[in-house]
Design a protein around this ligand. Structure first.
Ligand code: FES
Length: 79
């Protein structure tokens, strides 16, 4: 399914980019901009962002690395 019509990016392209980035760097934070960059493209109109983000969230490799979670938590400051 084509997600970004401006840049002809499919859901499979997004998943492949996420999987590649996670395999390359387990601690990286994956953003839409990084996905565009990994695919050699850049966003144009931005109209695809809701579906683009939804597609990203459906990928199990998107989750934030454990070491970067809850950085604002008061309990974490005390530790
Ligand atoms: S549809 Fe994705 S940038 Fe326009």
């Amino acid at each position: 399914m084509i997600v970004c019509h401006c840049q002809n990016i499919s859901d499979r392209d997004i998943h492949a980019a996420i999987d590649w980035m996670r395999a390359s760097d387990p601690a990286t934070i994956i953003t839409p901009g990084k996905i565009y960059h990994a695919l050699g493209k850049s966003a144009d109109c931005g109209g695809c962002m809701p579906v683009f983000l939804s597609t990203m969230r459906s990928n199990g490799n998107l989750e934030i690395p454990a070491t970067l979670r809850d950085l604002r938590s008061p309990a974490r400051k005390e530790a």
